[in-house]
Design a protein. Structure first.
Length: 331
C-alpha cells in the first residue's frame, strides 16, 4: 500500500492536480446551457447537490495526483476511455439489446493495447477515489499504470436501465458507485477487497481489487486479449454496488422487526460519521451503552433504509442484532 497524503499516489511527486470523478466532456454535455434550471445534480453526503459547471469541485477528486501524471502520462488512458464512453453513450438505450461489446468496433483492428489503456484509465479512477477517501492505494495500481500486469484487478460491464430504482432517461446519468472495502473502526483504516465503479450511459462498470466474486447478474471480466466483452444484465431489486453491497463477503442479511436488510459495507465517509456518534464502551452504564448501540445501528442503516428510523430501531433492535451489525462493520 502507498500513502498518498500530499503526494501523487502514482509517482510520489507533489500532488497538485485534481482528477475528474466524471470526465470533463461528460459533465459538459450533461447540460445544454448551464443556466439555472438546466444543471445536473450529483449525489454527495446523501444529498442532491447542483453542479455549477464542468469544473465544479463537486465532480473532482482531491489533489492526489501530480499535474504530469494526471495529464501527460495518463493521456493514452484518457483517450481510450473517451472513445469507449462516446461509443456507449451514442448507443443510448439500444445498448440494452446487446449481449457483448466488440472492442474492434470501438478501437479498430488490433485493439488489445487500447483495451489495456481503457483498464488503466479505470485503475487511475479507482486509485484517485481510494486516495481521496484517505485510503492507501495498493502498489499494484501504480505498477499497472507503468506497464506491468495487474493481478487481482478486474472490470465487468453490465447493461442497466435504472439507478437505485429510478429509470435512466436520455443518454445516461452522472453517477459513481460508493467505494467499498473492509474498514476497521479500531484502526480507522481501509483495506482490500475494494470495489468501486461508475455508470456510463446504460452501462454499469464495476471495478474490483482482490475480490474475484461477482453478482449473479454481472458480466465477465474484461480480457484485453479478447476482442469481445460479455455483458451482464442487471435484474431489478437484485443486490447492487449502489446499495453498499459487495458479493461474497460474509453473511450480511438480517431481519429487524419486519424489515429485511442487507448490512451495508460502509464508505470511509460513512464510517467516520458512525464513529463520531460515540461507540459503546465497557465503562458506560448499561443505559449509555444501549443508547450508543442504537445510535450506531441507526447511523449504519438509515442512509440505505429510510424506514429504519431511530424510533423503529428503538422498538425492534435486539442485542443480538446489534452485535451482528457491529461484527460486520469491523470485518
Amino acid at each position: 500500500m502507498t500513502s498518498s497524503a500530499g503526494r501523487c499516489w502514482w509517482c510520489s511527486g507533489n500532488a497538485d492536480s485534481r482528477e475528474h470523478k466524471f470526465k470533463k466532456r461528460q459533465v459538459a454535455r450533461a447540460s445544454r446551457t448551464w443556466a439555472l434550471g438546466d444543471r445536473p445534480y450529483y449525489v454527495a453526503d446523501g444529498r442532491l447537490k447542483e453542479i455549477q459547471g464542468p469544473n465544479s469541485a463537486l465532480v473532482k477528486f482531491d489533489k492526489v495526483l501530480c499535474q504530469a501524471c494526471n495529464t501527460t502520462r495518463s493521456q493514452p488512458f484518457d483517450r481510450a476511455y473517451d472513445a469507449f464512453a462516446d461509443w456507449v453513450i451514442e448507443r443510448g438505450a439500444s445498448l440494452m439489446t446487446l449481449g457483448t461489446i466488440d472492442f474492434e468496433e470501438i478501437y479498430g483492428a488490433g485493439c488489445e493495447s487500447s483495451v489495456q489503456d481503457l483498464l488503466r484509465y479505470f485503475v487511475k479512477h479507482f486509485g484517485c477515489c481510494i486516495a481521496s477517501s484517505g485510503g492507501a492505494v495498493p502498489a499494484e495500481f501504480a505498477a499497472f499504470l507503468d506497464g506491468t500486469a495487474a493481478p487481482g484487478f478486474c472490470v465487468t460491464l453490465s447493461c442497466n436501465a435504472e439507478v437505485n430504482g429510478t429509470a435512466i432517461q436520455g443518454r445516461g446519468v452522472l453517477h459513481n458507485f460508493p467505494l467499498l472495502g473492509m474498514y476497521s473502526p479500531s484502526r480507522r483504516e481501509i483495506s482490500p477487497p475494494f470495489q468501486y465503479g461508475c455508470i456510463i450511459g446504460y452501462l454499469d462498470v464495476i471495478y474490483r481489487f482482490q475480490n474475484a466474486r461477482r453478482f449473479a447478474w454481472e458480466g465477465e471480466p474484461i480480457d484485453p486479449a479478447c476482442r469481445y466483452a460479455k455483458l451482464g444484465r442487471y435484474v431489478p431489486a437484485a443486490p447492487h454496488p449502489s446499495a453498499g453491497q459487495l458479493p461474497g463477503v460474509g453473511e450480511r442479511k438480517l431481519t429487524i422487526g419486519d424489515l429485511e436488510v442487507e448490512i451495508p459495507l460502509l464508505t470511509p465517509a460513512h464510517i467516520q460519521k458512525v464513529l463520531a456518534l460515540g461507540l459503546p464502551t465497557e465503562t458506560m452504564t448499561w443505559e449509555e451503552n444501549l443508547n450508543a448501540r442504537l445510535r450506531v445501528v441507526h447511523g449504519v442503516l438509515s442512509p440505505f433504509y429510510p424506514s429504519a428510523t431511530m424510533e423503529f430501531v428503538e422498538d425492534n433492535l435486539t442485542l443480538e442484532d446489534a452485535e451482528k451489525i457491529w461484527r460486520c462493520i469491523e470485518a
